[in-house]
Ligand binder design. Structure first.
Ligand SMILES: Nc1ncnc2c1ncn2[C@@H]1O[C@H](COP(=O)(O)OP(=O)(O)OP(=O)(O)O)[C@@H](O)[C@H]1O
Length: 701
């Protein structure tokens, strides 16, 4: 269960334990938790808050095609299944009575015995049948429901803007539902868990009434029931082996961190080139061994450490409680010796009583224990629906920007007025009091050293973030008042850290203009403009190539002969496991950085090709960083032709090719615009821009 606050400094609420190289900070459970039952009862009480979400989910499930009859059938089977043990117990009781009566009167009613035995067998058969039907029904429900919730979660992800998505709390919220991309959704599992608990409760209630009835008919039945129940209850409520629900585990041991760093360096594919080229292998191995020696065998990951910690809890206690299970038989033996006349009729009946009571007690205890997992599971239903309520930080405006599309055909005018910006959760300013104006259809290049704020300007123009202070105007309108969809439809951006989507190359380019994502001619034209045609044509599957398959759809090749390298006419990529973070890197895809950049450029050009598109502003962040000089020259040639019809803003480190043709250069240093003007004007000024230009020019002399 989540806790409201967690302050590791507060010794009253957080307990600190040193475990190997880890510092474990556990939220202390309230004292009343140690009174058996109370904490789990509190957990059940907390479910009241989740109830409306469960109802909503049930309603949603009912509305899905085919789900209403399936769900109703599933509920019916589940409930019938939970009644059967009571019926079965009743038949056992009847059998017991028959035996007792037979012993007392030395007389057996054969017909009645056959009837009861048949009923008992029918219960067993019914049980198996219901179990199979329930599993089949559940399998079909799983498929329909998971399909629906996969789409729900994709929607919950797609609607979030950058700052909201980057918020670590939102990330945690989203991660809770990552399982939904696999087969099963956590929320649906939660609902199934709730149904199972309901089933257990029904089972307990019906079994209880039959059991009481049965025990009343037996001499000393209630006494033996109690003797059987008590040790089980003590056994399960007395030993608490889990660590607290809320905890933080931190490792500050630098040697441990370094040891794992070396391990990752040696195992992760993205480091292989440097490892081989620098002959780092022997060094890494030696260092790793000496750190292992220094830290000893108990320097383990937290998961392993935690397992060790939990298994250290006294195991002998549970052995002692197991012995308690023998108490009823011992008491029976004593009573047999002291007062044989009071004994129940036979040892057989004692066994039946003990087994029935044990299984009943365990079931009751299971319901009590299930409070923990049930409340966790049901929480995920609530958090699934809460995903839809996460508020975006970049608020939508209400001024339509695409109304006058004619005016966009000359480009968009830009003005930054005293703009300052800090990234969310950063202390330092990425931009400070920046002001400049770019007229419609002009070509502007922002230059400056690393980290001076060039990319940030482009991100603010695309309204990925809002300025902390100051205002940005597009065609004289405050950017924050514009309808976001309109704004984004009028801009094409190529980011410096572009990624390749896990789709075919054609779709990767096509998605530059989602309305024409499958327009082959336009895709080919875009590839031509991005300089990617040759790159794509040399790939065996051309435009249909998947540079990375999505993780869930990757081919798996396990235990194939080592010499086998093709299957179904395709090359087998044995490195099936790729690092997720680096999956967009060119070295994972088999294309060079420049080739990847051409693909990314093609996607940006795709956006400008549609005659109905209203792109008035093109933003390029280092578009030629990985291109060779010829490709760079061709690219800028093509882009210059768009001048007059589109406003273009480039960020670049490179001078010459582009800056010489720019209508405006913004030289930015330490997050502030220092100089602005044309290439000649800034050279004549002899300031920062001229100094940077001369450094580059000298390199070619
Ligand atoms: N997502 C982020 N969160 C926090 N700080 C960031 C983020 N992105 C950039 N910064 C910081 O903002 C400042 C400006 O970064 P920006 O990427 O705009 O610089 P740049 O001029 O484009 O650099 P480069 O030439 O290296 O691409 C830098 O100090 C950078 O560390």
């Amino acid at each position: 269960m989540k806790v409201d606050s967690f302050d590791p400094e507060d010794k009253k609420s957080v307990k600190h334990t040193r475990l190997g190289v880890w510092d474990l900070y556990e939220h202390i459970r309230p004292r009343y938790v140690n009174i058996p039952g109370t904490f789990n009862i509190q957990r059940y009480a907390a479910l009241v808050e989740i109830y409306p979400y469960v109802v909503r989910m049930v309603k949603d499930v009912m509305k899905l095609p085919n789900c209403l009859p399936l769900f109703a059938l599933y509920m019916f089977i589940s409930m019938a299944h939970s009644l059967l043990p009571a019926v079965s117990l009743w038949y056992s009781g009847q059998l017991l009575n028959i035996v007792q009566r037979a012993v007392d009167s030395q007389n057996l009613d054969t017909k009645y015995v056959v009837k009861i035995a048949a009923g008992h067998l029918a219960c067993r058969l019914g049980n198996s049948f219901l179990q199979v039907s329930r599993t089949t029904c559940r399998r079909h429900l799983d498929i329909h429901i998971n399909t629906h919730f996969k789409a729900h979660i994709v929607h919950a992800h797609t609607r979030l803007d950058c700052p909201t998505f980057e918020d670590s709390a939102v990330q945690r919220q989203l991660e809770e539902h990552q399982g939904a991309f696999g087969f099963s959704s956590a929320a649906w599992e939660g609902l199934i868990g709730a149904i199972t608990t309901l089933q257990s409760v029904l089972q307990v209630v019906t079994q209880f009434s039959v059991l009481v009835n049965l025990l009343r008919q037996q001499k000393d039945g209630i006494l033996f029931a109690l003797l059987t129940t008590i040790p089980i209850m003590i056994q399960y409520s007395g030993v608490n082996t889990s660590i607290s629900q809320a905890y933080a585990a931190v490792c500050t041991d630098k040697n441990f961190v370094r040891m794992y760093g070396l391990r990752d360096l040696s195992t992760q594919p993205q480091h292989r080139k440097e490892l081989v080229a620098g002959d780092l292998g022997p060094y890494i191995y030696k260092q790793f061994q000496s750190l292992q020696k220094l830290l000893g065998p108990y320097a383990l990951s937290f998961r392993e450490t935690r397992r060790l910690y939990i298994s250290r809890k006294p195991g002998w206690l549970s052995s002692l409680f197991t012995l308690c299970g023998e108490i009823p038989k011992i008491v029976f033996a004593f009573r047999a010796v002291h007062s044989p006349e009071k004994l129940p009729v036979s040892l057989a009946s004692l066994n039946v009583i003990q087994e029935s009571v044990s299984s009943f007690t365990l079931m009751v205890y299971q319901i009590y224990r299930e409070a923990e997992s049930l409340s966790e599971n049901l929480q995920s239903i609530k958090s699934l629906y809460k995903l839809d309520e996460i508020e975006n930080r970049v608020k939508d405006g209400n001024t339509h920007f695409l109304e006058n599309t004619l005016s966009l055909s000359d480009g968009i005018a830009i003005e930054f007025r005293n703009v300052s910006f800090k990234y969310p959760w950063a202390d330092a300013y990425a931009l400070r009091n920046v002001s400049f104006k770019i007229e419609k259809g002009r070509l502007c290049v922002i230059v400056g050293v690393n980290g001076s704020g060039k990319s940030t300007i482009l991100k603010l123009l695309a309204r990925l973030y809002d300025p902390t202070e100051g205002q940005i105007f597009l065609d004289g309108k405050d950017i924050q008042t514009l309808v976001l969809a309109d704004l984004r439809r009028s801009i094409a951006v190529l980011f410096q850290d572009y990624t390749h989507f896990p789709l075919s190359i054609a779709e990767n380019i096509g998605m530059g203009d989602p309305t024409h994502a499958f327009d082959e001619d336009q895709i080919r034209q875009a590839a031509q403009l991005g300089g990617a045609t040759e790159v794509i044509e040399k790939l065996p599957e051309g435009f249909d190539t998947y540079l990375q398959r999505p993780r869930e759809a990757r081919d798996m090749f396990v235990n194939l002969p080592p010499e086998m390298d093709t299957l179904f006419g395709k090359k087998i990529q044995n490195s099936g496991v790729k690092s997720r973070r680096k999956a967009d890197r060119s070295d994972d895809t088999g294309l060079s950085g420049g080739e990847m950049q051409r693909l990314a450029l093609s996607r940006t050009f795709m956006r400008t090709l549609n005659p109905e598109s209203h792109i008035g502003l093109l933003l390029f962040d280092e578009p030629s960083a990985s291109l060779d000089p010829e490709a760079e020259h061709d690219l800028f040639d093509r882009l210059r032709k768009l001048r007059g019809s589109k406003t273009m803003v480039f960020s670049s480190h490179r001078f010459g090719n582009l800056t010489r043709h720019a209508d405006l250069i913004l030289y930015i240093k330490m997050s502030e615009t220092i100089e602005s003007g044309t290439h000649d004007e800034l050279l004549a000024k002899g300031g920062g821009y001229a100094a940077m230009y001369n450094i580059q020019a000298r390199a070619f002399m």
